[in-house]
Design a protein around this ligand. Structure first.
Ligand code: BGC
Length: 272
C-alpha cells in the first residue's frame, strides 16, 4: 500500500460503479488521500457497504457513504448528487466509472444489448458529469481545498481507439467518451473545471475474467501487453488519485492510457 497522503483532504468524490473492480480501487485510493467518498453501486449493496465501512474506519481516510443509483436513470443520478451534497456539503471530484459489456457479433447484437451498453457507459457518464458541473458552478471556488473548481475523471478504455470485434457497442461507447470529455474540457476549463479520462487496458476484474482465469487465456492476453503483465485495479486507483489532486493541475482534456503499452500495438513487433 502506498503511504497515505492528505492531498484530497476536505474534498468529496463520487465514484460510480465503486463496489467492485476498478471503481472500488479508485474509491479506496481517493479515500486514502483524504477525500470523502460516495461509493455508488447498482447491485450487491453488501460489497458497497463493506468498502464504505473500510474507507470510514481506516486511519487517515475520509468518510464514506454507499449510495445505490442506476447511472443510466436521470432521476436517480440527480437524487444521488442531492444525497451526496446533503451529506458531505458539496462534490469536488466526479469519477463516472460504471460500465458494462454485452458482447455479441454485430449481426447477432440485439438493440437491447446495444442500448444498455450505451445507456450505462455513455449516458451515465454524461448525466454524472452534468450534475457535477451544475454543483461546481453553483458552489464556486474553494481555494483552501483545490486550485480547480472541480474535477471529472471519466473511465474510458483502450477501446476508445482500438477497434474491438464482437464488442461494437462497448467500443462505440468508449470512443464517444473522448468527445464528451474533450468537449466538457473546452466548455468548462475557463471556469477552472478539469475534465480528463483514464483509459485502462486489460485490468484483472470480473468484467474480463475469461481473459485471465486460465494460464492459457492469460498467456494469450499477455501477447497484447508489451509490459507482459495484466493490470490490477490499483494501477488505475493511483492515477485517478493523482488526476484528482492539484499535482496534476495543468492536465486538462487528456486521456491517460494505463495499459502496459497495449495501445502500442505489440502485434506489429515482428510483423507489418
Ligand atoms: C474491457 C476488458 C478488456 C480490456 C482490454 C477493457 O475496456 O472492459 O474486458 O480486457 O479493455 O481489451
Amino acid at each position: 500500500m502506498q503511504k497515505p497522503n492528505k492531498r484530497l483532504e476536505g474534498q468529496t468524490a463520487i465514484v460510480t460503479g465503486a463496489n467492485s473492480g476498478i471503481g472500488a480501487a479508485i474509491a479506496l485510493a481517493l479515500g486514502r488521500d483524504g477525500a470523502n467518498v460516495v461509493v455508488n453501486y447498482v447491485s450487491h449493496p453488501e460489497a458497497a457497504e463493506e468498502l464504505a465501512h473500510q474507507i470510514d474506519t481506516e486511519d487517515l481516510c475520509g468518510n464514506a457513504l454507499a449510495i445505490q443509483c442506476d447511472v443510466s436513470k436521470e432521476e436517480q443520478v440527480v437524487t444521488m448528487f442531492r444525497q451526496a451534497i446533503d451529506h458531505f456539503g458539496t462534490v469536488d471530484i466526479c469519477v463516472p466509472n460504471a460500465g458494462l459489456q454485452r458482447d455479441a457479433h454485430l449481426h447477432e447484437m440485439t438493440l437491447a444489448d446495444w442500448q444498455m451498453v450505451l445507456d450505462v457507459n455513455l449516458t451515465g457518464q454524461f448525466l454524472c458529469a452534468r450534475e457535477a458541473i451544475r454543483e461546481f458552478l453553483h458552489r464556486g471556488m474553494r481555494p483552501k481545498v483545490s486550485k480547480s473548481l472541480g474535477k471529472i475523471i471519466h473511465t474510458s478504455s483502450v477501446h476508445q481507439i482500438i477497434p474491438w470485434a464482437g464488442h461494437a457497442n462497448y467500443a462505440a461507447s468508449k470512443g464517444a467518451i473522448v468527445m464528451l470529455m474533450e468537449s466538457i474540457c473546452q466548455e468548462y476549463a475557463p471556469h477552472k473545471v478539469r475534465c480528463n479520462s483514464i483509459a485502462p487496458g486489460a485490468i484483472k476484474t470480473p468484467i474480463n475474467k475469461a481473459a485471465w482465469d486460465t494460464p492459457a487465456a492469460l498467456a494469450e492476453l499477455n501477447k497484447l501487453i508489451p509490459y507482459k503483465r495484466i493490470g490490477v485495479p490499483e494501477d488505475i486507483g493511483s492515477v485517478a488519485a493523482w488526476l484528482a489532486s492539484d499535482e496534476s493541475e495543468y492536465v486538462n482534456g487528456t486521456t491517460i492510457f494505463v495499459d502496459g503499452g497495449m495501445t502500442c500495438y505489440p502485434g506489429f513487433t515482428e510483423n507489418g
